[in-house]
Design a protein around this ligand. Structure first.
Ligand code: TNX
Length: 639
């Protein structure tokens, strides 16, 4: 009898341990994954009486506690009491370490959750803020609702967390030139960044399709440069502005708006990196002030998404309209001095991004002033002329007390002495810069370009290339063979040629930005694709509650088409994540789970018009219905 009860007890214990263990692996819905997480037994229950306890006379910590209070209020309906005196009973306590814990560095924290008390400790307020983000993620997804939700126990599983970031630079870029996003959307983007512990908002403020920041010394930059004719249809195929047509699409941020956004970001421990893209990508500025360019065409208009460049098979390009500044004109440097001066005054970030990418040199090569300057300065080619320009810009930026950062093209013709390089054409520019001893931010397009397709083109708005979720997750920002301390971190870049709405910007950003959040925060050795997928799915539920859009393309099959030696056409399918079933049809009808299950290459039957497919998990559809037409199959076979 005794042995029986002993066995029952052991069984129960085993069950509890097993539960806690599997909970630890899958149910702590934290993204990015913390450095150390120790599950503990029990739960903390948040009630209307839970007090937020902060140290006395620390206004910055009070702000963080107020941020938490505001985040908890809509869904719970509670306004948690905030106090500087020690409280009894249920509480969340914020502690600034009297003696800094070196392992936590500047942004780390510890979070200790027991059934009656949660303690968040950090060396600096930023760490407390990240502790708050983890705390919010540990609450049920319903906490993300903007309206009161009743009948939910607001529990947090007990846990001990020690956490700090791998990199000091964890960024997301937003291009507001190709499409304009209002101040409210920019704030929403920053708010969403903060939830995933990003700390750098790179704001691509100028390009060919709109100049978006008020510059008091040059009012036409926004009077003219912020507006273009309204067009629908595919960006890049649109009709040129017509004679007399009004420029009605666009917008810009006043300097007051900019200050407001910087402040909003600061309250979320996000620093704002402004980018003024020169000498290329400058059509909007040139539309306002044609003298900035070599061609000085007074008819230059802000580009509404027409094709103005020809891309050649070797990766080079020809601009059909001059969109670059004239590097041989002193007036251009006076202009930049004023522009960067105003930027430096507005933005507290130590860096200014000067762009520097994709500058066409063809108009320079035909311009007598440029040719004379090259001769005078003994510049051997247009690459060296661009390098001359970048070095002049670096002097200007330094004279304003700032550091220059630019896209990896700034390496061409010789890097300016203190420049930091943002490596986008893969990691090679970053490697080269690091070898020369320069700091680097990694944003390789095959892993971090959030404007690229996240699934097969038949299921996405098509653009020129693809970055699957796994591509964003599985890469290491520190290449081997270089001084790793020079890699400051990385970013995800959301270019907006094909993002007419903010809702769609979200679709492109998530979940890939969440994957990148983990790449830049979590130690390399602790990253795990399957674990990420489980947590990502829990974040889908949270995003649903928060009404934030995201792509489910990770559920869609990866399609490969090939031809055998005997002339048969084969379609091979696989999935990015484990445990999905693919059902398909070859008879033009819409498959469900009663259709053939994909187990081996599909031999395309003679006469078929298309293959349709959809993924399921545990009997429920999870992917979209994809249609691969015979036309598409033939196109892929030919490639
Ligand atoms: C390249 S990345 C660009 C952008 C485009 C982007 C589209 C870079 C520095 N330049 O102008 O928007 O590709 O993916």
């Amino acid at each position: 009898m005794l042995r029986f009860w002993k066995n029952v007890l052991l069984l129960c214990l085993g069950l509890v341990v097993g539960l806690v263990d599997s909970y630890a692996q899958s149910t702590y819905p934290l993204v990015p994954m913390p450095v150390r997480l120790q599950p503990a037994a029990g739960t903390f229950l948040l009630t209307a009486q839970t007090s937020l306890v902060i140290p006395a006379s620390q206004p910055e910590i009070r702000k963080i506690a107020t941020y938490l209070q505001n985040k908890l209020k809509p869904a719970t309906g509670y306004t948690l009491p905030l106090t500087e005196t020690s409280a009894n009973g249920s509480q969340i306590q914020f502690v600034l370490n009297a003696k800094p814990d070196a392992s936590l560095k500047k942004e780390g924290y510890t979070l200790d959750c027991t059934p009656d008390k949660i303690t968040i400790k950090a060396n600096q307020p930023a760490g407390l803020f990240y502790g708050v983000q983890s705390l919010l993620q540990l609450l049920p997804p319903a906490i993300e609702n903007s309206k009161p939700i009743t009948g939910i126990a607001w529990t947090i599983p007990c846990v001990n967390i020690t956490d700090y970031p791998r990199f000091e630079w964890r960024g997301l870029m937003l291009d507001v030139s190709r499409h304009f996003f209002s101040k409210e959307y920019v704030k929403a983007y920053i708010d969403q960044m903060a939830r995933y512990k990003f700390n750098t908002f790179h704001w691509h403020l100028t390009d060919d399709n709109g100049w978006r920041i008020e510059i008091k010394s040059y009012p036409k930059l926004t009077e003219i440069g912020a507006w273009r004719v309204e067009r629908t249809g595919r960006f890049g195929n649109r009709k040129l502005p017509q004679e007399g047509e009004k420029a009605t699409y666009g917008g810009f941020y006043t300097q007051e708006d900019i200050k407001e956004i910087i402040q909003y970001a600061q309250e979320r421990y996000v620093t704002v990196l402004p980018e003024i893209d020169v000498p290329g990508h400058s059509m909007a500025a040139i539309a306002a002030y044609p003298w900035l360019s070599c061609v000085k065409d007074p008819k230059t208009k802000v580009n509404p998404g027409t094709r103005f460049a020809e891309w050649h098979s070797n990766g080079t390009f020809t601009m059909l309209i001059d969109n670059s500044l004239n590097p041989a004109d002193e007036k251009v440097y006076e202009f930049l001095d004023k522009v960067f001066g105003e930027i430096a005054t507005l933005f507290p970030n130590p860096y200014i991004h000067m762009g520097g990418d994709e500058c066409f040199h063809g108009f320079w090569a035909k311009n007598p002033e440029c040719l004379a300057l090259m001769k005078k300065m003994n510049l051997k080619n247009s690459g060296e002329l661009q390098s001359y320009f970048v070095k002049r810009v670096e002097k200007i930026i330094q004279s304003k007390g700032k550091k220059l950062i630019g896209w990896d093209e700034i390496l061409e013709g010789g890097l300016a002495s203190n420049a930091t390089v943002m490596s986008w054409r893969g990691t090679k520019g970053g490697i080269e810069a690091a070898k020369q001893g320069h700091p680097v931010v990694m944003t390789p397009s095959p892993n971090t370009y959030l404007d690229l397709m996240q699934g097969d083109p038949i299921g996405e708005l098509t653009v020129y290339s693809t970055v699957r979720l796994k591509d964003s997750y599985i890469w290491n920002p520190v290449p081997s063979g270089i001084d790793s301390t020079l890699i400051l971190g990385g970013q995800g870049n959301l270019w907006s040629e094909h993002l007419p709405t903010f809702r769609y910007a979200e679709y492109m950003a998530y979940p890939r930005a969440w994957a990148l959040a983990e790449v830049y925060w979590t130690p390399q050795a602790q990253r795990n694709w399957n674990s990420f997928i489980q947590r990502m799915e829990l974040h889908f539920t949270r995003a649903d509650a928060a009404e934030i859009n995201y792509a489910r393309s990770v559920y869609d099959p990866i399609i490969k088409v090939s031809k055998t030696a005997t002339g048969k056409t084969l379609v091979d399918l696989k999935t990015e994540i484990e445990g999905l079933d693919i059902y398909y049809s070859t008879d033009n009808t819409y498959p469900d789970r009663f259709y053939p299950l994909y187990t081996k290459s599909i031999e395309v039957p003679e006469g078929a018009d298309m293959i349709r497919m959809i993924t399921y998990r545990n009997g429920k559809p999870v992917g979209k219905m994809l249609t691969l037409t015979m036309e598409e199959i033939n196109k892929r076979v030919r490639k």
